[in-house]
Design a protein. Structure first.
Length: 273
């Protein structure tokens, strides 16, 4: 988050390109790590050709969705209306991620276990036999000539698409700041490259990534951007213009820290005999 210090002041009061890139990169990194878990599980259980083609098809569909939805929104919707609406969306995602991260950090919710999810997907596919009832899904793709290949393709495609939908929303939302898809798309692409390289090197899910801390950080950033955009949409004059995002990051970070500490203390007291 220190990179946010590079934010520059613009006459429009919108967040700088560097802040948008960082926020998009981190948010997409979380979602893509989760998608990678499914893709690698399919690759290990079926074969990597099926898994990678499925992921590629899903990525193409999501890219088309960004262009179809994103371009008209950021170019034809009035900026103030767009900022207010996008602010609400980012607040929703930010609050959802912070809430889960706080509960997990406080020990009140099980941590998201990529290794466990990976193993569950492998086991699900390993139970499929070549003589199982023929699946009708994706039968038009000739290279999917067995039920396990079709099931694996479906699992990888759906996994990437579902996780990718949040990526689409985040990319389009953060693009509203500078009325361009280019910076947030670059952030998403950078996250994809990092995850793809790591997946290739380790050939299994990134189970070592401190995902809860990453989600907490991203949640704080999305809450900060969301609050900032709502203020912009309501014609509020933020002190220091877009530099005030740093203050919002500090405020929400402090709230998250205090909330985690209070919940930990409450849990400790409740477990005492």
């Amino acid at each position: 988050m220190q990179n946010l210090a590079a934010i520059t002041v613009h006459s429009t009061g919108t967040a700088s390109d560097s802040a948008i890139f960082i926020a998009t990169f981190l948010a997409c990194l979380v979602e893509m790590v989760e998608a990678l878990t499914i893709v690698v599980a399919v690759g290990k259980s079926v074969n990597f050709k099926v898994a990678l083609i499925a992921a590629g098809f899903s990525a193409i569909v999501l890219s088309i969705l960004i262009l179809i939805v994103g371009e008209p929104i950021i170019h034809f919707v009035p900026l103030k209306v767009l900022q207010f609406a996008i602010g609400l969306i980012l607040l929703y995602f930010g609050f959802k991620w912070i809430r889960k991260a706080i509960l997990r950090a406080a020990g009140l919710k099980a941590k998201h276990d990529e290794a466990k999810i990976y193993q569950e997907n492998v086991e699900k596919l390993s139970k499929l036999k070549e003589d199982t009832k023929t699946s009708m899904k994706f039968r038009f793709l000739k290279f999917l000539d067995t039920p396990i290949k079709r099931e694996g393709f479906s699992m990888a495609f759906n996994g990437v698409f579902i996780e990718g939908l949040e990526v689409v929303i985040i990319v389009v939302s953060l693009s509203s700041a500078n009325k361009s898809l280019s910076i947030s798309s670059l952030g998403a692409l950078a996250a994809l490259v990092v995850v793809a390289i790591a997946g290739f090197i380790f050939t299994k899910a990134l189970t070592g990534v401190p995902e809860n801390a990453l989600k907490m950080t991203v949640g704080i950033m999305l809450m900060s951007f969301g609050t900032f955009y709502i203020g912009e949409g309501a014609t509020l004059k933020w002190p220091g213009k877009d530099l005030f995002i740093l203050a919002l990051v500090a405020i929400f970070g402090l709230i998250a820290l205090i909330s985690t500490s209070v919940l930990k203390l409450t849990k400790a007291k409740s477990t005492k005999p």
